[in-house]
Design a protein around this ligand. Structure first.
Ligand code: S3P
Length: 179
């Protein structure tokens, strides 16, 4: 029986929104890895990228992920690039009780969602989104890594409540098949 659900997918997949709803539905805690990094470093993700660079950010991301894979009854939203770090994939693979769910959508939909989100007051700035020329490459590079999740859930044209419903239905079927 899974003890934590890890949500993965590109920027704009809805990991944080769906994660919050899913945790509420399960009566579990919700943690957003980026929020934890910002809290620990006392800096925005954009400032971390600017000041120490992406690879240093990835090291912090890895250490932060490792801290949460011991917590039970937890829904954890990863940052979109966390899957690219091999050590993160290994941690997830070797973490008993961790169910990884990929929230999937086409790249144009993801970019449109991110652009929409950036218009919101106080929205976190996504440095990776600025590097437009690299976006498709990043997406294609990550795609097979996302797809190696335990479950894939289509998110295009569905609101967060519907996506949560789909995850919970799959969860019930999974649990029933193990009874
Ligand atoms: C990143 C995605 C962001 C954040 C950082 C890098 C990426 O998280 O971790 O800006 O490389 O795709 P979200 O996927 O939550 O936006």
């Amino acid at each position: 029986m899974p003890q934590r659900i890890v949500l993965t997918g590109f920027m704009g997949a809805g990991k944080s929104t769906v994660g919050l709803h899913l945790a509420a539905a399960l009566g579990w805690s919700f943690v957003d890895l980026d929020v934890e990094i910002v809290r620990a470093e006392q800096k925005s993700i954009a400032a971390i990228f600017e000041e120490i660079g992406e690879s240093a950010f990835r090291r912090i991301e890895h250490l932060t992920l490792a801290q949460f894979l011991h917590q039970t009854n937890l829904v954890l939203a990863l940052g979109g690039g966390a899957v690219e770090t091999e050590a993160n994939r290994q941690l997830l693979d070797e973490s008993p009780g961790t169910l990884v769910v990929y929230l999937q959508a086409p790249l144009d939909v993801l970019i449109a969602r991110c652009e929409q989100q950036q218009l919101q007051p106080g929205a976190a700035h996504r440095p990776v989104l600025d590097r437009r020329l690299e976006l498709t490459e990043r997406f294609l590079r990550r795609k097979p890594l996302y797809e190696s999740a335990h479950w894939t859930v289509e998110t295009n044209n569905f609101d967060p409540a519907e996506i949560v419903k789909r995850i919970l239905t799959q969860w019930q079927q999974h649990t029933a098949s193990r009874l």
